[in-house]
Design a protein around this ligand. Structure first.
Ligand code: AMP
Length: 226
């Protein structure tokens, strides 16, 4: 296992990249940095950044590149990132990817891999429209695939389960459209760098995690999209 692991996870909302990121965080003991989570926290705290990001987020649009780049750069400079990190939801645009490459180059660092999670659109809508999250501890559930034991309450802490504002079907479709337009170009960017690894996102999470590990350790080729 390489000593330092720096990963980028890409894929449309609902592709399972968040779940895999959590498994990777535990396995490699490096932080999982989700720009969506950081932004939601900023919004709930009412910070300057949160207020600037709020409108775009509620409409399923991307937040301005420079705000995100500054936010991520500040986060990557913290002590817990010295042994690596898992970037989930960043970069989302080629401008962000270029800024990340420039940041890494200044520090003489490299990414190990950019993982693209691939999953059909209909499956994404099904997955996202049923998901809820604990308002207190953030644990995730799904009405169909992973229901809580008592309706509307978190198994872990008893907190109230709420739907994310941007998980309404209309917003999901808007987010997918944004994803297609902006993010797919990223795959080309990382393919050119030779570090793109494509992961089929269907199946149970252990099975997918095995694919992810093989992709990171280099035992697997980039698979074709189905
Ligand atoms: P996520 O939880 O990753 O789906 O992110 C939720 C929302 O936060 C997105 O729909 C965007 O509005 C915003 N966001 C998260 N990451 C980024 C990013 N890298 N660039 C621009 N906007 C972002």
């Amino acid at each position: 296992m390489p000593r330092v692991i720096r990963l980028v996870l890409m894929g449309p909302p609902g592709s399972g990249k968040g779940t895999q990121a959590k498994l990777l965080e535990k396995y490699y003991d490096i932080p999982h940095l989700s720009t969506g989570d950081i932004l939601r926290h900023q919004v709930s705290e009412g910070t300057v950044l949160g207020r600037a990001a709020e409108e775009a987020m509620s409409q399923g649009q991307l937040v301005a590149d420079q705000l995100i780049i500054d936010m991520v750069q500040e986060r990557l400079g913290r002590a817990d990132c010295v042994r690596g990190y898992i970037l989930d939801g960043f970069p989302r645009t080629v401008v962000q990817a270029e800024a990340l490459q420039a940041y890494l180059a200044r520090r003489g660092e490299e990414l190990n891999a950019a993982l693209e999670f691939w999953i059909p659109d209909d499956e994404i809508v099904k997955r996202l429209s049923g998901r809820v999250q604990c308002a207190d501890c953030g644990s995730g559930y799904h009405g169909e695939f992973h229901p809580a034991q008592s309706f509307g309450r978190c198994d872990a802490c008893g907190g109230k389960l709420v739907k994310r504002d941007d998980d309404a079907e209309e917003t999901i479709r808007a987010r997918l459209k944004v994803f297609r337009k902006e993010t797919e170009a990223l795959c080309g960017f990382y393919e050119k760098l030779g570090i793109l690894r494509r992961i089929a996102g269907m199946g149970d999470m252990e099975e997918i995690f095995t694919r992810v590990q093989s992709a990171i350790t280099g035992n697997v080729k980039v698979c074709k999209r189905p």
